[in-house]
Design a protein. Structure first.
Length: 137
């Protein structure tokens, strides 16, 4: 099976709907509001700026998410610098997510967060903090 990692900005309306409706099924709940609140925030994103929202699909099913927020004060639904389920995905997807996150942080001028993501990826690659492959989604 092949996975596809997509930026919310590049997704079809149908993919966006599937992603938003599928988040609860893989363990993500916004800190405030529901799908409509998240959609309003995600619909305002712009290329090259934070926040950025990424989703992983296997065939048509949502299996992963990575949200690079950057501003913990501005978005009540997402009061984190970043949130994802990269630790429970197959390493090939985790690597894609983390490398995407590293690039997003660097492009936004947050080298310290990019370095953090790089260290986290290295840990995951060495089996630290990442599920064994046979227990991944």
């Amino acid at each position: 099976m092949e996975e596809q990692v997509l930026n919310y900005l590049n997704m079809t309306d149908e993919q966006k709907e599937k992603a938003l409706m599928g988040l609860k099924g893989i363990g993500f709940y916004p800190a405030y509001g529901k799908e409509k609140t998240m959609k309003r925030i995600m619909d305002k994103t712009a290329a090259g700026k934070l926040p950025q929202f990424y989703f992983a699909f296997r065939e048509e099913q949502l299996i992963g998410y990575m949200f690079i927020i950057g501003d913990t004060q501005k978005y009540r639904a997402f009061p984190w610098l970043a949130v994802s389920n990269a630790d429970e995905l197959p390493m090939r997807v985790t690597r894609t997510f983390m490398e995407t996150g590293i690039a997003a942080w660097r492009n936004a001028g947050h080298d310290n967060m990019a370095d953090f993501f790089q260290r986290q990826l290295t840990d995951y690659e060495n089996g630290i903090g990442h599920r064994p492959e046979d227990l991944c989604r």
